[in-house]
Design a protein around this ligand. Sequence first.
Ligand code: MG
Length: 283
Amino acid sequence: MTIGKKHLPAVAAVIAISLAALAGAQISTTNHDLGFKDTPMLPGLPFHVHDPDRPHPKVVTPSPLPGGPPSDAIVLFDGKDLSKWMAHHSSITRGGGSGDPEWKLENGYVEVVPGTGDLATREKFGDIQLHVEWAAPAEVRGNSQARGNSGVLLMGRYEIQVLDSYDNPTYADGQAGAIYGQWPPLVNPTRKPGEWQAYDILFEAPRFTDNKLVKPAYFTVFLNGVMIHNHQPSMGPMVYRQVAHYEPQPPEDSLVLQNHNSRDRFRNIWVRRLAGYDQPESK
Ligand code: MG
C-alpha cells in the first residue's frame, strides 16, 4: 500500500489515537506491581506464583552496627546489666539451684568467675538465632581443654564449645566451635586469645511426639563470619566421654553460658525467636 503525502497527518492521528487506547488498556489490565492471580499455583502452597495476597514479611530494622541487635531481637546482655540471667550451680537437666549471677560485670562485658556456677537466661527459648561474642583470656594458661574453656549451651544441653583454639592442640570434637563431643567445626577461624570472637548460631530445637524423638536438634553456626556448621543434626545433649542420646525434654529451656573455671568474657548477646514462612501480616 502506498500512502500519499496528503494522507500522512490523518494516518499519524490514527496511530496516535491507537497508541493512546493501547496505553489506557495497559493501565487498566496490566498493572502487576502487587502481583498476579493468573499464574500457576505454587506446589503444596495456597498461593499463586507472585500472589498479591501472600502475606508480606514484617519490617525489621537492622542495627547500624555490624553484629548489633536488630529491632526484633531480645537483648540478653548489652554490657550493662545481668537482669536477664541467673546463676545455675549444676546442669539444668539435673535441676540445679539458681540465684543471681556472680560473674564479674565490667567495661561492657561479663567475665566468668570460677566456682560461681553457669549463667542461665531467665527466659526460655526453642528455635532461635543467637549472636554472642566471647574472648578467651589474653594470658595463656594451661593447655588443651583447660585453656579458655567455656561453652554456649542451647536449651542448657546442646553445647557449642568455647575454647582458646588458637594454636592449642586438643581433640577435634572439643575445639572452639565444635558441637561438643560430636562434630568438629568445618574449619578453625578462631582469633588469638584476648581478641573478641563472634558466634552467630541458628538453632532448631528437637521435636518429640509421645516422648519419641521425631526431629533432632540442628545447628547452623558461623564463627567470626565463617560458616562452621551447616544445618548439622546434633546426636543429643552434650556429654563427656560418652555417646550422646536424646531424652524427652521441654519444648523451650534456658540458654546457658558454661562456667568451666576459665575466665572467658562475653558481650553483645541477643536472640531472635525463629518462625516459619508466611506468618500473618501484622499492621
Ligand atoms: Mg565447654
